[in-house]
Design a protein around this ligand. Structure first.
Ligand code: ADP
Ligand code: MG
Length: 284
């Protein structure tokens, strides 16, 4: 795992480069506690975030609720546009991408959500749900081919082929998250942004989902951005950890270093807030 960090340090082109990303919302629709930006009436949800992500790497982003994690995730996927900043994906200007280039790049970045139950259409069979990105991006692929690929991806995510013909409500929370992951991976993206992927799950089920994400990262040569309010969760997978507070990265470094010798007061507070960490959880 540390090899990817070395590769980045050696100057190999990163998969994703983010520089000075900013996004503000009008205060009217957000809480007043958020740091005010220079422009009156606006609150910065993401306030000058910069980082790079190497191929195959897992970067953890941790910070308490409301610090801007989901806004950052949505910016990275271009679900919302930043006020300013730069993003390069595979060396290409990701913010400037339009038309066919945008569509090509878009399928290479996929998101896994916290609440997969809410993001899965209850009236659709699992095979249709998992195959839907294929129906959009590869419309000429016949239905049988689509279902075959959906079935294979469900198996990779630890569910059987028979899941294809069932409905989301027939599955547990952990299984529904596997369905969400299969859907996110069906187009073979290069980057997966997982926003609180285990927050809605029991600790033991969540640990299995994290293991699955790590296995799929290796199997499909993915880069992973793992976003969580929980330091133990990001510590379980991340090579590097960024600590986010009020829209900014206040500390970023090798996971071991951030966890063993945190430099920033806020990181120490986050560590102190973790009730009990079983020995070994922070080891690489
Ligand atoms: N669409 C929006 N409109 C107004 N304010 C928003 C919007 N989305 C997020 N915010 C505000 O931005 C801040 C960061 O939110 P969010 O990115 O969801 O944080 P996190 O995911 O870390 O909990 C919060 O104060 C939130 O209320
Ligand atoms: Mg969030």
């Amino acid at each position: 795992m540390s090899g990817t960090v070395v590769a980045a340090a050696n100057g190999a082109e990163p998969l994703l480069e983010v520089r000075n990303l900013r996004k503000s919302f009008s205060r009217a629709s957000g809480p007043l506690s958020v740091a005010e930006s220079h422009a009156g009436g606006l609150a910065a949800a993401v306030d000058g975030v910069s980082f790079t992500l190497a191929r195959g790497e897992t970067l953890g982003i941790v910070g308490e609720s409301g610090c801007g994690k989901t806004t950052l995730a949505r910016l990275l996927l271009r679900l919302i546009e930043p006020d300013s900043g730069e993003m390069r994906f595979r060396g290409q200007d990701w913010l400037g991408a339009r038309g066919a280039e945008l569509r090509t790049l878009r399928r290479r970045i996929q998101m896994v959500f916290q609440d997969s139950a809410a993001s899965l259409d209850p009236r659709m069979r699992v095979g249709t749900i998992v195959g839907e990105p294929l129906a959009i991006h590869e419309p000429r692929l016949p239905r049988a081919g689509r279902l075959a690929r959906a079935g294979a991806m469900l198996e990779a995510a630890g569910l059987g082929h028979e899941a294809l013909f069932r409905y989301p409500h027939e599955f547990s929370g952990g299984q529904r998250q596997r369905i969400g992951i299969a859907r996110a991976l069906i187009l073979h993206p290069e980057l997966v942004v997982a926003d609180e992927p285990v927050s809605a799950l029991d600790v033991s089920v969540g640990a299995q989902i994290l293991e699955l994400l790590d296995r799929l990262r290796r199997e499909f040569s993915l880069s992973l951005l793992l976003i969580s309010h929980s330091l133990p969760v990001v510590a379980q997978l991340a090579t590097r950890v960024a600590v986010m507070q009020r829209g900014r990265f206040v500390e970023m470094g090798a996971a071991e270093q951030v966890l063993q010798s945190p430099q920033h007061t806020y990181t120490r507070e986050l560590l102190a807030a973790v009730p009990r960490i079983p020995a070994g959880d922070f080891s690489p």
